[in-house]
Design a protein around this ligand. Sequence first.
Ligand SMILES: [Zn+2]
Ligand SMILES: [Zn+2]
Length: 344
Amino acid sequence: MKVVAITGPRKTGVFDIEKPVPGPGQVLIRIHACALCTFEQRVFTQVTKKALPYVGGHECAGVIEELGPGVDAAAWPLGRKVAVRVLQSCGTCYYCRHGQENLCTGAYAKSAASAGSLNPNGLGEYLAVNLDQVYPLADDTPYEQAVFVEPFACVLNSIERGQIELGDDVAVIGGGIMGMLHVIASKMSGARVILSEPDPNRAEMARRYGADVVLNPKEEDVVARVKELTGGMGANVVFNTTPFAALAAQAVAMTAPLGRCVMYSSLHPDEPIQVSPNAIHNTEVVITGSKSPSVKSFDTSARILSKGIVDLRPLLTESYEKEDADTAFERACSMDTYRVMIKF
Ligand SMILES: [Zn+2]
Ligand SMILES: [Zn+2]
């Protein structure tokens, strides 16, 4: 089988490796599409250092091709379209047992162990996975939609952290792919959504997905504008989807008393910001974060996208064959794409 691996700064290659055999209780997935997440983009540009070659890919979908011993053929029919939760959780740590598998203390140890080798991952033709990693989709779910199950699941975990109530004001900082998915999910949650994004094309896309107000941070003081729009309070829920410390500080500043401020994006570089403990004391504001999807948010995402409740295909900007992975990665890193996928 073929895999696409990052081999150096802004370089990839296609490699032949042995096709995995599904073990007891596992299925073999024929991967047909995998989108390039910000994480893989950072490995490609070497912002994030990983042992190379690195086969990434965790936003993937395909069909069940083979059943391992003991798998119920009626429940897991061959040819069934599925999304795969590549990131494994241990199932036994405190966080797994509290429904927060995204914080599993065992998962990353496992994925780190496979770095620097050509172990199969989402960016390849096949993956043998446990049944709890497999999320069935309707047969007519296009791959351009199916590859969003993982990123949308990450955002749904963030939405849960934000605890949006009907009629709330939600501010989203950044209108890239993750900002856009936050706009969409916040609208689905019954909020008025204010987006801060300077790029006119992204602003237009956000309006198409129902953003109520789009502010241009290059032209206006967005903290002041959010307060103005909310009768001086600030937004009930704020999501920072950008990697910039200054904007993380802005997110805190525009959160209403009793509101929730969610640090969705990691910061690069990780510069500390100043937060006044007195302001937290006086406002009971909650500053929290959100990382990766939980099992529940993954399932919810698969259900929403499989049913076509929201159409994310406009956010799949381009798709490439595996031989053109260099171009795919370059385009994925570009400001004028949302998501780019590789077909297998
Ligand atoms: Zn991702
Ligand atoms: Zn765990």
